[in-house]
Design a protein around this ligand. Structure first.
Ligand SMILES: [Zn+2]
Length: 291
């Protein structure tokens, strides 16, 4: 992560921190659980941003003889932890909202509207700042999507405040709180699923079967087996396999291997390792559990 994205993140974190403090304080003053839910939603974003920053710093540490991949998985683990954290917060809001639905209490709609309007503007500003880094990195994308969802939930809180003020229906406020927690669950689940996929060594967004077909089309290739395709982080994709070629001089086999590597990299993999074998050798490669 470059200095510029770090500065953007620091600015967004400061902005978010101010909003959280304001929302928590005014949720007490106005008696609004919706404002509190928005504050907790913002806290989820804030921890996403802090974790993204910390993980990006850790991820830059060099590989060692004990950690040959370096620390690039740190960002994925951060995303995983954060998804669990924000879903935990959502449970708390559900509890509070249901409690208010059962025992309605007074809510000051005017304060709710004013604070939610400021939060809405700040979230839109944060989303705009984060949008550029969102394409390359799982945590920054997470943060960007959070900000967008946040602007949406702040708007819902604003809307709820408006109706509370007009109709004096205090049940609207906890209903908005439930809506916000549904949004938090939805976002948290997506992040949990994506990070678990990487931690389970799931294949990247490439068609492994198609890669295999392309490799088999290369002249001189007999077979490719023991294929493994995975991601270390959102940016690093790996492919390993055993390449069976016609028996030939080593120079020719090396040229053929380079050609196959080029074919695989063209499909969106950035680290390719191939073991060259001659026909018949694959008989002793069967581990049963691999492609
Ligand atoms: Zn083999």
């Amino acid at each position: 992560m470059g200095l510029k994205s770090r500065r953007v993140l620091a600015a967004v974190i400061a902005l978010n921190g101010a909003i959280i403090v304001a929302e928590v304080a005014f949720s007490k003053i106005s008696g609004s659980v919706a404002l509190l839910s928005d504050a907790l939603h913002n806290t989820g974003d804030m921890s996403a941003l802090l974790l993204a920053m910390a993980a990006a710093t850790v991820a830059e540490r060099r590989a060692s003889w004990k950690k040959t991949f370096g620390y690039r998985r740190a960002e994925v683990i951060a995303a995983e932890l954060n998804s669990l954290l924000i879903m935990g917060l959502a449970f708390y809001i559900v509890y509070e909202s249901v409690d208010r639905l059962i025992h309605p209490s007074q809510v000051n709609g005017t304060i709710v509207m004013a604070v939610a309007a400021i939060a809405f503007a700040a979230n839109l500003l944060s989303a705009t700042l984060l949008r550029r880094g969102a394409k390359e990195n799982i945590n920054q994308r997470g943060a960007y999507l959070h900000m967008l969802a946040d602007a949406g939930t702040s708007f819902a809180v604003l809307f709820g405040g408006f109706f509370t003020r007009i109709f004096g229906l205090y049940e609207i406020d906890p209903l908005v709180g439930l809506f916000v927690s549904a949004v938090i669950f939805y976002g948290g689940y997506g992040l949990l699923k994506d990070s678990l996929h990487i931690l389970m060594e799931g294949a990247p967004e490439v068609d492994v079967e198609r890669i295999r077909r392309k490799v088999l089309q290369v002249k001189g290739v007999w077979d490719i087996h023991t294929i493994r395709c995975w991601k270390v982080s959102d940016e690093d994709t790996y492919f390993t396999g055993h390449l069976v070629v016609d028996p030939c001089p080593l120079e020719e086999a090396a040229a053929l291997r380079r050609e196959v590597e080029r074919v695989i990299k063209a499909e969106g993999i950035n680290n390719v390792t191939l073991q060259v074998e001659i026909p018949g050798e694959e008989l002793s490669c069967g581990e049963g559990n691999v492609l």
